[in-house]
Design a protein around this ligand. Structure first.
Ligand code: BTN
Length: 341
């Protein structure tokens, strides 16, 4: 009932009376009042005015199931939520949920992780109270070799979701779908979200598949939202939304915004089974586009001019001798000639 009451309070511009709520939800006014009291105890600023009713003035920065359920308005992305105060890794929770038959779009969110995992076997610092750690379960009916593109779909959705959440000042119309460039948020191919040359978010995609069939895909996202102090090792390369924009951002609406962007972008991806409908927007946000980059492979390292991604998500680069090469994300790391980006 808490979720429904939160939804009703949020849907209404002004006050909503206790009677309206009790009628809509078919519960007593006392029961409504008790939930309102509980919400207030949790930090929600719900104003109660005689003869008018209730109005929600502000919400705390909580990543609870009720908070997320009341904010996420998608059809499938994040509609089934597993919430944890602490877990080892949301990617592990989703892989397990996937194996147990959980539906497409199931989302695991944690306030902190004890074994947060990054790409290339690295760990992902996951302290409580200020960041987003979430993983979503996808069941795409596409050949396994196309799954790597999903990471790029998520990167675009995270960049757009953050931009949308930052609101009108962040871009031309604040919609997020085309405001990313103005917000300063960029993608470092294939899937780091950066701002001012520092990393804001990372994505870890893992797949459970047969040779010709995907069982499920887990896409994990870590976003530094309100972090102020980073560990020594990443201090120079990591940043947060709060550090860059100088304001606290609530995590649950940000998760909801990413889910909305993901649902739309993923549907577009499935229609063509490639990135043809998304690559223009992705390339607009790509920090290493039209720039000289260092391609660092297992055997060789060379400088080239990056031209952006193609419809398969490969990075197209022009080598010094004029030849064009396509870089597959699994095999190399791409860095700016002068540093991380
Ligand atoms: C990277 O190395 O850039 C990827 C980092 C991905 C971190 C997220 S946090 C939520 C999810 N659970 C994990 O253990 N990892 C991902």
């Amino acid at each position: 009932m808490k979720t429904e009451i939160l939804k009703l309070l949020r849907e209404t511009d002004g006050y909503v009376s206790g009677q309206q709520i009790s009628r809509k939800l078919d519960v007593s006014r006392t029961a409504v009042w008790k939930v309102i009291r509980r919400l207030q105890e949790e930090g929600y600023q719900v104003e109660a005015v005689r003869n008018k009713g209730y109005r929600i003035a502000d919400s705390p920065d909580l990543v609870t199931k009720e908070e997320l359920d009341s904010l996420i308005k998608t059809r499938w992305a994040g509609r089934n939520i597993l919430c944890f105060d602490v877990t080892d890794s949301t990617n592990l929770r989703i892989r397990q949920a996937g194996d147990a038959g959980a539906p497409h779009g199931t989302l695991a969110v944690a306030d902190s992780q004890t074994a947060g995992r990054g790409r290339r076997g690295r760990s992902w610092e996951s302290p409580a109270g200020n960041s987003i750690y979430m993983s979503i379960l996808l069941r795409p009916q596409i050949p396994p070799e196309k799954a790597s593109m999903i990471t790029l779909v998520m990167a675009l959705s995270v960049a757009e979701g953050i931009t949308r959440c930052l609101g009108e000042n962040a871009g031309a119309d604040g919609s997020g779908a085309d405001a990313g460039a103005a917000s300063g948020i960029r993608i470092k191919w294939p899937n780091d979200i950066i701002i001012n040359g520092k990393k804001l978010a990372g994505i870890l995609t893992e797949m459970s598949a047969q040779i010709d069939y995907i069982d499920h895909v887990t896409v994990g996202v870590g976003i530094n939202v309100n972090t102020v102090d980073f560990p020594e090792e990443i201090k120079e390369t990591a940043t947060s939304v709060r550090k860059e924009y100088g304001r606290l951002v609530k995590r649950a609406p940000l998760i909801a915004a990413v889910m909305e962007r993901l649902e739309e972008n993923y549907q577009m991806f499935l229609r063509t089974e490639d990135l043809s409908g998304l690559m223009d927007r992705y390339n607009d946000l790509l920090v290493n586009r039209d720039r000289d980059v260092l391609i660092i492979g297992a055997k060789e390292k060379y400088q080239a001019h990056s031209m952006g991604i193609d419809r398969t998500g490969e990075l197209v680069v022009r080598k010094d001798d004029g030849t064009i090469e396509k870089i597959y994300s699994g095999e190399v790391s791409v860095r700016g000639v002068y540093g991380y980006t």
